[in-house]
Design a binder for this molecule. Sequence first.
Ligand code: DGJ
Length: 731
Amino acid sequence: MGIYYNKQNNMFHLQANDTSYLIKILDNGELAHGYWGKKIKSTELKDYHELALNPYLLSQKEGHSFAMDVISKEYPSYGNSDFRQPAYQVKLENGSRISELKYLEHDIFKGKKNLKGLPATYVEDESEAESLEITLIDKVTKLKARLSYTVYEDLDAITRSVYFINEGNEAINLSRALSSSLDFKDSDFELLQLSGAWARERHIKTRPLVQGLQAIESKRGASSHSQNPFIALLRDNTTEYQGEVYGFSLVYSGSFLAQIEVNKYSQTRVSMGINSFDFNWLLQPQEDFQTPEVVMVYSDQGVNKMSQTYHKLYRTRLARGKFRDKVRPILINNWEATYFDFDEDKILEIAKSGKELGLELFVLDDGWFGKRDDDTSSLGDWFVDKNKLPNGLGKLGQQINNLGMEFGLWFEPEMVSPDSDLYRAHPDWCLHVPNRKRSTARDQLILDLSREDVCDYIIEKISAILESAPITYVKWDMNRNMSEIGSAKLPPERQQETAHRYMLGLYRILEELTTRFSDILFESCSGGGGRFDPGMLYYMPQTWTSDDTDAVERLQIQYGTSIVYPLSAIGAHVSAVPNHQVQRITSLDMRGHVAMFGNFGYELDLTKMTTEEKELVKEQVAEYKELRKLVQHGNFYRLLSPFEGNETAWSVVSADQQEAYIGYYKVLAEANVGCRTLKIKGLNPEFKYQLVGTEKTYDGDFLMHIGINIPDELLNGGDFRSIVWKLKATK
Ligand code: DGJ
């Protein structure tokens, strides 16, 4: 692996574990995209000069028949004879929108640099990765763009980002500044995206590519419930375990664009980055702009291998901090148990039952501050409500600690309720536009995090609370998207910077708080999974996956989420029945079996459970304690898709293949089912495995190729059935 430059034919070869990426500097100085896919062994690239060019064009000089339209580009500009979507666009003082970025210089070095002000994947040791920076310049304006690439040694992952700097004397408006663009020479792909809505996030959707534009995007100021900042292109006949897949994941939590354009020659351009809709960034002389990072993963062994690459990279080199490699506590959260209606006694009662059942962390959710008895007030007033908690948070935390549990707290720091002391004191601190209404959602407005003073205020207020009580966990919520986007602090020509400046402000707050309170485990949340993205994962190693806690619905949500995100990022709780979101009644067993494939917890009133139910909870908690290292750090395999049928199955296998944990779920009963087996992936065919809890042993290859029998009571036994198996190698 490594990055190679061939001077004779001006080509770069980026070689990761099993993938190659080729870039060529054309004679006219532009960058052509050569290839991305299965590894090419030769690093010399002697005979590869024809790549990137239509062969017949090779013989042409730039002139009357030199059409940029067929050339595969690496970071295309607007205004020339390439009529496809550009990667960036400028507006100059004289009204021109034309620019030409041409090669200036490059640098190849070990390791990886941080991105200015933005989350990104990283290395712990320089030997883990190699990076390439290619600097391009527009000679007329002296706008420079530095394209950054990193290849990881052990992974088929390549990261890309762009840094702009205006080295000229006139102002330049960047009206589009995407993070990456590349062209495939054909369009024989299916597009896979993770789409949905509140309470049904990240459902897998696919569609074939056709000539024209196809895109997913968010204009909401958050990555959103509707579309995750991720797409994959799948070759024909690609499945979970076979075929080529190209993944694109954006490390960003705001409005984004992932766009695919198929042109008249069936070539495919894939571009990704901050959404250029309602975006403009003014670069005065010497000012700069950093785009977020795109993480591109190649797999020639189906979608599952792509997911495992993302899982490994995001779990170990995107997530950070003390909790990255630690097993996570099993929590009890009071939200679905009490909503806003609680007092100190009620909280302590739930915490006490939690302790008796083996739970480790009590999380106090919304409603502990200001005068918040419903969702219409008090966001921004971060002082404890003495009516509910007369002894304050410090005392409550201590009492919970005395029970033998840790104490966690919910916040929604980015918001302000119009009915709050904060809003009455600072009505201009929210995102708004003069003389226009301020649309509320869930009765709240969004604080203007593009302002330094507002960010400083949040850091100070949240810090004060975190210092006032023995808090070891924070749930950081965010419950609405942006409307009337504008900032009282920015001049007119910078108003379209507001949404991205907000993200930079948010990232600064998170950097500051997670560094200052490095012993606290932070979990991100946005009305469930409205901001389940790599940007948030950089600061907070786990995310509340969805407000939908129904076990059946969760099969699709967690399955879809696992396409990109590791189980160590996926918050999954057992809640009460009838389920609060869909009214379905599923067994406590099944709810446990689904939630155990994530960061496990409970979200119900434990004090209302029967003795029998409590016994089962005790068993589940004890089982998860045994399993959690495997679940949180193992390799995940999807076995049966809830998007394709009535059954779902998945498993985790430890890196050394010594242990495996498998879940099988059947949603609706079917009549007269014969026998069925489930083939297990990822085991060692040479090992013998014991089915834990029985005397039975099976050979690894038997389990992988013949499979395990699904018990009859599951196949023929009614709706909402599930079973889990644990395998342990005996030699
Ligand atoms: C939305 C979250 O997803 C829920 O878990 C809960 O914390 C509520 N907000 C509280 O308002």
